[in-house]
Structure formats: C-alpha cells, structure tokens
Design a protein around this ligand. Sequence first.
Ligand SMILES: NC(=O)c1ccc[n+]([C@@H]2O[C@H](COP(=O)([O-])OP(=O)(O)OC[C@H]3O[C@@H](n4cnc5c(N)ncnc54)[C@H](O)[C@@H]3O)[C@@H](O)[C@H]2O)c1
Length: 309
Amino acid sequence: MSDTVAIIGSGLIGRAWAMIFARAGWQVKLWDPAEGVAEKAVGLCATGLQDLAKHGLCDEPDSAAKRISACATLEEAASQADFIQENGPETLEVKRDLFARLDAAAPERAIISSSSSAIRTSLFTEGLKGRARCLIGHPVNPPHLIPLVELSGADWTSPETIERARAVYEAIGQVPITVLKEVEGFILNRLQGALLAEAFRLTSEGYVTPEDLDKTVSDGLGLRWSFLGPFATIEMNAPGGIEDYCARYTGFYKRLAAEPAAPEVYGSRAVGAIMAQWKRAKDLPAKMRWRDRRLAALRAHKASAEKEG
Ligand SMILES: NC(=O)c1ccc[n+]([C@@H]2O[C@H](COP(=O)([O-])OP(=O)(O)OC[C@H]3O[C@@H](n4cnc5c(N)ncnc54)[C@H](O)[C@@H]3O)[C@@H](O)[C@H]2O)c1
C-alpha cells in the first residue's frame, strides 16, 4: 500500500505538489473549497506531468496522473493522509482555520505542513492538540522544477516531525533545509532580499543599467550558484580557504554592510528610474514558459552531473 498525501488548496502551488508526490509514487488527494477547482486540477496535473516527462523529469506520467484524485471535503482528504501539504491563500485567518480543521481530521501519525511564504508556524498552531506535528514546508516557485523546501517549525514542533518531514521531502526528490529558529522570510528570501536591495540601489542610482545588472547574475554569479553556495564559493577563492578569504577580502564588505540599502530603494522614484530603462516582456506568459523550459533543462543537467560525481 503506497503512502497518501492530502493537498489542501489546489492552486498553482498545490498542483505542483500534487505532481511531485504522484511522480514519486504517492496517492494524492486534492481538495479546494472553490467549486470545481480540485476536479479541474486533476486534469491540469496530468498535462503538467506529460510536460515534465518531455524534459526527462517524470518516468511514468500516465501512471502518476492516475494516482491523483479530487475529494469533496477537507475532512475526506485529510482523514486518509500520511502527510498533508496545505496551500491555501496567504492570510493568517485562513491558515488558523485550515490547521484547526486538519488537526481534528487527520490521523495521529500524519504530519501537517504549510506552504506559507511568510506566516510563521507559531502564529497559527499554538492552541492545537497536535501542534507538535505542524510545520512550514516552504517551496520555491515552480516547486516541480526548483527542489528546495525550507522547513520551519515553532518551538513546539517536535524534532521527530522535522526529521520525518525532511525524509519525506527527500524521498519525493526535493531538497529540504531546516530553519533552526523562526525568522521572517526564512533563509532563501532573506538572501534574495539582500541581493535585490543592492540591485535596486545600484540601478536606480545610475551605477549600471538593469540589463547589465541582470547579466552580472545570469552570466556571472549565477553560474557558480547553480551548483555552489556562497560559503563553498569563497572557500575556493582564497588559497587558505574561508578564514583566509575573510582576512584578505572583507574590508570592502564591512564598509558595504555599514551602509545597507535603505527601504527607499523600493520607492516609486527608484522604481520609475529603473522602469525607464527596462525592456518589458512583450508576452509575459510566453517568457514564463521559456523560463520553465530552461529550468527543466538545467535540472536534467544537474541530475546527470550528480550521477557522474
Ligand atoms: N506562488 C508562489 O510563488 C508561492 C511560492 C511559495 C509558497 N507559496 C504559498 O503557497 C500558498 C498557495 O499559493 P498559490 O500561489 O498556490 O495561490 P493560488 O491563488 O494559486 O491558490 C490558492 C488556492 O486556495 C484556494 N482557497 C481559497 N480559499 C481557501 C481556503 N479557505 N482553504 C483552502 N483553500 C482555499 C483557492 O481556491 C486556490 O485554488 C500560499 O500560502 C503562498 O504563500 C506561493
């Protein structure tokens, strides 16, 4: 008997999770409160799985699609689940309501994980009987192409929950990391925020065009970042490793850190200065499809490179 996941909320992120779990052999029970959405999601996932197969990212799309079905109620989906992934709208009221219902309906062994981008676990699980089994499993969009998942529990989330959730996400082909203490933005968006603030500052203050700034990442930093993090990068940038790098090069970084970009870098004047130079996408949905094709190709390359070692 295979494992069963309940996907609560069948929008963009819910559907991606459904494909990921089904591709890994799980039975998937979809639910959504909006009329017809879960039923429609079953078909959209089947098409999505075929697309993944074209990129070599799903071996048996037909059988994976057959494992996905829609449920009429949240309770019906949750009561059969070994693992629950919640993907409702990003408001505290919705997360509180959904987690109370899920905790009441799910079998005791089931883990309840939220895809929330920014609402901390402690804000919507404190009063629950099963609060030790609740956490956030924050994906990156699109999760079926970018495997990172940030696990963030509250003080009362049990270590066993985190450990089991890590094992589940790893088993379905994702790459989990653990946020050891609750912090706004988790890890990925804090890193992205630091880079974005500096990008907005440099372009809005006229040091570089937005186009050239983007090249600095896509044809510079990003090439390394697709297989190395910043610590591994600097370890190789000085003969004596990280301590040597810090001794040689951090004088400039210290001056930069003493004058961080101000919130105004996201203000209308700065954004206007950037948009005056930025060439808008003529067809944004087509550009998103192109991005997904390039991501799929990169993932396929990384998978084959990992096999080679
Ligand atoms: N889109 C992203 O880039 C992204 C990335 C990471 C995490 N997330 C998080 O994932 C979650 C879902 O985001 P999304 O982009 O899939 O949104 P979405 O709007 O595509 O989907 C939300 C779904 O929730 C359903 N819904 C409405 N009320 C509900 C309720 N009370 N209970 C359950 N479902 C309800 C809607 O019908 C809709 O199908 C959010 O918490 C969001 O912060 C989104």
